[in-house]
Design a protein around this ligand. Structure first.
Ligand SMILES: [Ca+2]
Length: 224
């Protein structure tokens, strides 16, 4: 291969590399649409950008914008200025959001999201919890109990891996039934990224660049 061609190929590889780990979820941070007020209700069946609100009939979730406060608590986003409260104002058993992403059969994906809990003056220290469904199959329940006496949202990152079984995979985050009804389960910053292509690990851009430099070095030595 001519050096110019090789350099071009290397450049193309490095340029393409960051896209391998692009977030497949659209509006994963719930920044769109901008809420009409600091809190906006979305009922089951309605859309929040690319998300669809799912759950029991009559259920809902709330999009909260930074500045929203209730019962002495301040409900701030983990990322950006908006996030979801999966409980909504009405406490039907289940409500949440779902979105389908394009996937490659056999490839492994990382699913990550942030779960928020708050311990305000009127809220007992109850766990926030969601059950995650991938392609309609439950991947388990994830919970988080924030520290006591902290009157702002406390966030933790939760993650799991899945292997795609179809060319389109539905990601669903559904709040767990909450008999104690502390009426707040925060969700923000949802992402799905490609982890491995059919079992082969995805090279990080830095790894690719280093490998490319190594190739250039070898090429330069051979040309002497
Ligand atoms: Ca956000």
């Amino acid at each position: 291969m001519k050096f110019a061609n090789f350099a071009y190929l290397l450049g193309a590889l490095v340029a393409a590399a960051p896209h391998l780990q692009a977030n497949l979820i659209t509006n994963g941070s719930f920044e769109s649409p901008v809420t009409t007020e600091l809190s906006q209700i979305f009922f089951v069946g309605s859309g929040i950008g690319a998300w669809t609100v799912v759950g029991d009939t009559g259920g809902s979730v709330s999009a909260l914008r930074n500045g929203y406060g209730d019962g002495g608590g301040l409900y701030g986003a983990q990322d950006g200025v908006q996030h979801l409260d999966l409980t909504g104002p009405g406490l039907v058993p289940r409500s949440g959001v779902a979105q389908s992403v394009a996937t490659t059969i056999g490839s492994t994906y990382d699913l990550s999201f942030y779960l928020g809990d708050i311990y305000g003056s009127t809220n007992p220290p109850l766990a926030s919890g969601v059950e995650v469904f991938v392609g309609g199959v439950s991947k388990g329940t994830f919970t988080h109990t924030g520290p006591a006496n902290v009157a702002s949202t406390d966030w933790v990152q939760k993650s799991l891996q899945f292997v795609a079984l179809a060319s389109s995979t539905e990601i669903q985050l559904l709040r767990i039934a909450d008999p104690n009804a502390d009426a707040y389960i925060g969700l923000d910053n949802v992402s799905v990224t490609l982890a491995a292509n059919n079992g082969a690990a995805i090279l990080e851009p830095s790894t690719l660049a280093l490998g490319g430099l190594g190739c250039l070095f070898l090429l330069a030595r051979r040309r002497r």
